[in-house]
Design a protein around this ligand. Structure first.
Ligand code: URA
Length: 208
């Protein structure tokens, strides 16, 4: 069963409130998404294993701890891109892939139109990013596409989630934990999160 980790921190709530505000402009919106992504990444890496190493400080010998774990970041195009740099700030050696999906208007099934992943994705923990976990259809399909390519270790990082989105990912991918800044109550008839923050891609890139 997936874990749903909701970041419960007053400063993150403060930043999310600014994101939700319709008067927040594109530049500030982008900066906030970037900052919140770093903070979500901080939480999503809490379980990283450490190994002991002997080192010498200027004052003597000690045993310190390092991690050898390798990470990948895979934003779902296009809004997921907004979270990439914030994660890279915390894990600068992570490799970045991209995955693009659209919904076939007839079958309503997600179709992959772009996928370029780090060659050694199978050996990395992959942070799949999408700011809005709405119905869960896109995220769940993206997880399947990653698994089809041999990726085993996946976490889903988002800013806002809904009960429906979480339930869908949980049902189809119980091995994938979900990290979210806040959990909203639902969706409107067009699949937008309520109260949400509007269209994350348009607000990030200024396309509306
Ligand atoms: N995608 C968005 O950008 N916003 C929503 O509310 C739902 C999906």
């Amino acid at each position: 069963m997936s874990k749903l980790i909701i970041l419960d921190h007053p400063l993150i709530k403060n930043k999310i409130s600014m994101l939700r505000n319709k008067n927040t402009g594109n530049k500030e919106f982008r900066e906030l998404v970037d900052e919140i992504a770093t903070l979500i990444c901080y939480e999503a890496t809490r379980d990283v294993p450490l190994t002991n190493v002997n080192i010498e400080t200027p004052l003597g010998k000690t045993v310190a701890q390092v991690t050898e774990k390798k990470f990948g970041i895979v934003p779902i195009l296009r809004a997921g891109i907004g979270m990439t740099n914030g994660i890279l700030r915390f894990i600068p050696n992570a490799k970045v892939g991209h995955i693009g999906l659209y919904r076939d208007p007839e079958t309503l099934k997600p179709v992959e139109y772009y996928c370029k992943l780090p060659v050694d994705s199978k050996d990395r923990e992959i942070f799949l990013t999408d700011p809005m976990l709405a119905t869960g259809g896109t995220a769940s399909a993206a997880i399947k596409f990653l698994k089809d390519r041999g990726v085993k270790d996946i976490k889903l990082l988002c800013l806002l989630s809904t009960p429906k989105g979480v339930a869908k990912v949980n049902k189809e991918h119980p091995d994938v934990d979900i990290y979210t800044a806040e959990h909203d109550k639902g969706l409107n008839d067009h699949g937008y999160i309520i109260p949400g923050l509007g269209d994350a891609g348009d607000r990030l890139f200024g396309t509306k």
